[in-house]
Design a protein around this ligand. Structure first.
Ligand code: FE
Length: 189
């Protein structure tokens, strides 16, 4: 049976995404809805709003039910779950690089910003500082200039900044239903 992408994503937001916390004061689903809401409020184009909304789907085991790989809980226990690459690969079933590349690069964007923006590290949440240590730490100067030249590097940095702000337990956000038409209207891979 082929499940429509929006239904598959809705299922994740409603089930596992509503339970997982990953060391932040919000669930993964609430975090993603906040990131998507911030991207939309910033006037981002639809694929970039989708990338913000979906950047952490790789934390949810349901995003890849065929593989018993680590989930977000393992990341917090010190094993890099490669949620960036796994989330992007899952989304690539349906969506174009304008959605999947910022997702794939959003952890690298954190390592990049630590290298190029001295004040950035000090603004990271405690959980993000911890996971940075599991994810190879800040980039070197050479790695940062290589990253900055990649297609979608700027979009990945934008997602990263919304990601960092999307951890407010008191934030009022759009619900998943609000984003359904936007997701359904995206060009298909
Ligand atoms: Fe995130």
């Amino acid at each position: 049976m082929i499940i429509a992408p929006v239904e598959a994503i809705a299922e994740l937001f409603g089930s596992e995404g509503a339970r997982d916390y990953l060391g932040e004061p919000v669930t993964v689903a609430a975090h993603l809805l906040q990131a998507g809401t911030l991207a939309e409020a910033a006037g981002a184009p639809a694929p970039l709003v989708a990338a913000a909304l979906l950047h952490d789907v790789g934390h949810l085991r349901g995003a890849d039910p065929s593989v018993a790989e680590p989930s977000g809980r393992d990341l917090m226990a010190g094993t890099d779950n490669r949620h960036d690459a796994r989330g992007a690969a899952w989304l690539a079933q349906w969506f174009t690089p304008a959605v999947t590349e910022p997702v794939r690069l959003h952890v690298a964007a954190k390592r990049y910003l630590c290298a190029v923006e001295p004040s950035y590290f000090g603004r990271l949440s405690e959980a993000s500082v911890y996971t940075l240590s599991v994810q190879d730490g800040p980039m070197t100067e050479a790695q940062a200039s290589e990253f900055g030249a990649l297609p979608y590097a700027a979009e990945a940095v934008a997602v990263r900044r919304w990601d960092d702000r999307a951890k407010d337990p008191a934030a009022v956000t759009r619900d998943f239903g609000h984003f359904r038409p936007l997701l359904a209207g995206l060009p298909r891979a």
